[in-house]
Ligand binder design. Sequence first.
Ligand code: UTP
Length: 293
Amino acid sequence: MRVHTAVVPAAGMGTRFLPATKAVPKELLPILDQPALQLIIDEAVGAGVDHIVIVTSHTKPAIEAYFAPAPDVIAKLRSSGREAMADRLQSIGRDVQVSFAYQDEARGLGHAVGCAREAVGDEPFAVLLPDEIMGSSALLDQLARLCESTGGSVVGLKRVPHDQVGSYGVIDPVGEADERGVIAIKDMVEKPSPADAPSNLIIIGRYVLTPDVFDEIAKVAPGAGGEIQLTDALRAQATRSPFHGVVSDVTRYDTGNPFGWLTAVIEIALADPSMGAPLTDWLGQLMRWNSVG
Ligand code: UTP
């Protein structure tokens, strides 16, 4: 069955980005002129998704406000002839069905995904972490097709230097990846020490999961800080059902911390048709001033 729902967990506290995230949700921080969340929705729609479930918190009302109608500003834009921007604003939340689920206490990623159970129903669904921005919809599309053909959950993977595995979920593979990057997974471990890591393949923030994962999430015991880890629920699936990953070299930006966000914004601006050239000039000048100074 084609994957048509995507869950976007957005109820976290964004502590690595404080104090900015005290008032502005991390998911709405701008990437040039649009919130990160919009890029995530565009990626999902590009992979065939037509229903987005945002897991949010009542302490983050700005997320829902982003999708609310804005008749005054649209009328103002139209009266001054700015039709393209008026159309763009009007399409937010209309070109795809957006619904909300609530997680009022940040009890971990597994718990956040579990909060979307009712909205998702009994079918495979995608999960996109909104603080990881991808250059295209290609990986999500590949994951959705692989879930359809294998009938099991699938995750996006990236190969990293061995000493960097300790901040991520790391998979224990069966054999090697095939020519499409597809690899079977028998187990996984969250944030291992490099010496104990079963591979150097980390799980990145794109998943397509079969709905039995909700029963597994409900069984997961809270770990450190009371958090319910998604990896624990995925491990349970991997031990009894087909479970695969796709090793990808898709462009990926980690915008969950200030440095990652800044480098993402610069790279994306350098590739932007209207900003690339002036930004390159400005950066060149800055470098020259710095080397003179
Ligand atoms: P992160 O761990 O990157 O986000 O979770 P965070 O907890 O908000 O950030 P820090 O670590 O404190 O800086 C990845 C995504 O999962 C969501 C977050 O909103 C983020 O988009 N999340 C995380 C939830 O929705 N609920 C949670 O309990 C935890």
